[in-house]
Design a protein around this ligand. Structure first.
Ligand code: UD1
Length: 383
């Protein structure tokens, strides 16, 4: 039997939960030979290895170890290193996911080597070209041969950009496949106890904050404004803030780390300190974060994936950006786009806690079967 060699390229934290269901599904069909390539864009254990463990991803077959750098340095390094791998391995297909620098870098190299490229999570558009991810999305979609989308908005965006309909497949959301698959085991996480949010059967009301976008964390005034308003809010209910390394680095650089207390290790004693209840902790693993998010009164974030996850979990989400490439989470889910103006955030937080954020419906095909649909398409094309 001639096997179809499929390189799955991953690099940054949000890629891991999107590729796990794909690998599982490909493994069901011996005709596919998956090769997992990790660019090393994210390398800290808390940003990468812990996700491999919890998602039961196999060790990468090839690790490129590119690390951090400017956009050009990072993208360029990935391209040079992945080109060698693709020339050697000669895969029949390269699958890229999401919108990070690893996505565009691997897609571009594969496409120039004449290797078909499949883009999972194609067609999302914020229409904000100041976001590096928007550039990555636009360019990856232009050079991809198979475009797998999470929603009908994405299909429309792609068609408007001239992508032939025959290349576009509306399959649902692989990130939600992962969420649904792991919810039960996430319920066993002890993170709520560790943080003092659950004592016995009683659960304390709390909010979760995540932010790492350059537009929120690379400008001292903006970052300080957001932290101030949420510090104030944390006097009402605790705000748990797992920090991305970029954010922590900036808080230290801007000397804002004194405003909040960073807890490398944490326990319930840290709640109810007299000054405020913002608990700043290292990035959490996948299961702990799912557990934390799924019991929160409110989530504030600038992440893309969390807007989708809160929609499925029915948890109110305030997005600290001026736009979203995932408008379906606003139309059909629990997401409200509020930007980063402290006064507007303050008002939105008040409204959300009064129950003004609607819970509507589960977006079409966000049902845990997206990876199966993708692999069905691949079997038709390649076997
Ligand atoms: C990247 C993605 C972003 C995604 C985010 C998820 C791009 C352009 N951006 O942003 O879309 O939402 O990942 O987390 O691809 N760092 C560490 N340890 C790590 C990784 C990064 O300390 O394991 C620090 C470094 O200082 C690095 C900085 O974080 O310079 C930024 O990392 P980078 O991968 O460039 O971008 P992210 O902000 O993580």
């Amino acid at each position: 039997m001639k096997q179809t060699k499929v390189v799955i390229a991953v690099g940054a934290r949000p890629n891991f939960m999107k590729s796990a269901p794909l690998l599982n599904e490909l493994d069901k069909f011996p005709v596919f030979k998956p090769i997992l390539v990790h660019t090393g864009q994210h390398y800290d254990s808390s940003m990468s290895a812990s996700f491999f463990e919890e998602l039961k991803l196999p060790e990468p077959d090839i690790y490129l170890g590119v690390g951090s750098g400017t956009h050009a340095e990072q993208t360029g390094k990935i391209m040079v290193r992945v080109e060698k791998v693709l020339i050697k391995e000669k895969p029949d297909l390269v699958i890229v996911v999401g919108d990070v620098n690893s996505t565009i870098a691997c897609a571009l190299v594969a496409s120039k080597l004449g290797i078909p490229v499949a883009h999972v999570e194609a067609g999302l558009r914020s229409f904000d070209r100041t976001m590096p991810e928007e550039i990555n999305r636009l360019l990856t979609d232009q050079i991809s041969d198979l475009l797998f989308t999470t929603c009908e908005d994405a299909n429309r965006n792609l068609k408007r950009e001239g992508i032939p309909e025959s290349k576009i497949f509306f399959v649902g959301n692989v990130m939600i496949d992962s969420l649904m698959h792991h919810m039960e085991v996430a319920e066993k996480s002890t993170i709520l106890h560790k943080l003092g949010l659950r004592i016995g059967d009683s659960l304390r009301e709390y909010a979760v904050l995540t932010m790492h976008r350059p537009s929120n964390v690379d400008d001292r005034g903006v970052l300080r404004g957001i932290l101030n308003v949420l510090l104030d809010f944390s006097r009402k209910i605790p705000v748990i803030f797992p920090t991305h390394p970029r954010t922590l680095k900036r808080m230290r650089e801007f000397k804002l780390n004194k405003m909040v207390k960073y807890r490398r290790s944490f326990n319930s004693a840290h709640l109810d300190t007299p000054d405020n209840n913002m608990i700043v902790i290292p990035p959490l693993g996948y299961l702990d974060f799912l557990s934390l998010m799924s019991h929160a009164a409110l989530v504030l974030t600038d992440s893309g994936g969390i807007q989708e996850e809160t929609t499925i979990l029915g948890i109110p989400c305030l997005t600290l950006r001026n736009n979203t490439e995932r408008p379906i989470t606003v139309r059909e889910g629990t997401n409200v786009v509020v930007g980063n103006d402290p006064q507007i955030i303050k008002k939105a937080v008040g409204e959300a806690l009064e129950g003004h954020v609607p819970q509507r419906k589960r977006p079409k095909l966000w049902d845990g079967r997206a990876a199966a649909r993708i692999v069905k398409v691949l079997r038709k094309k390649f076997n």
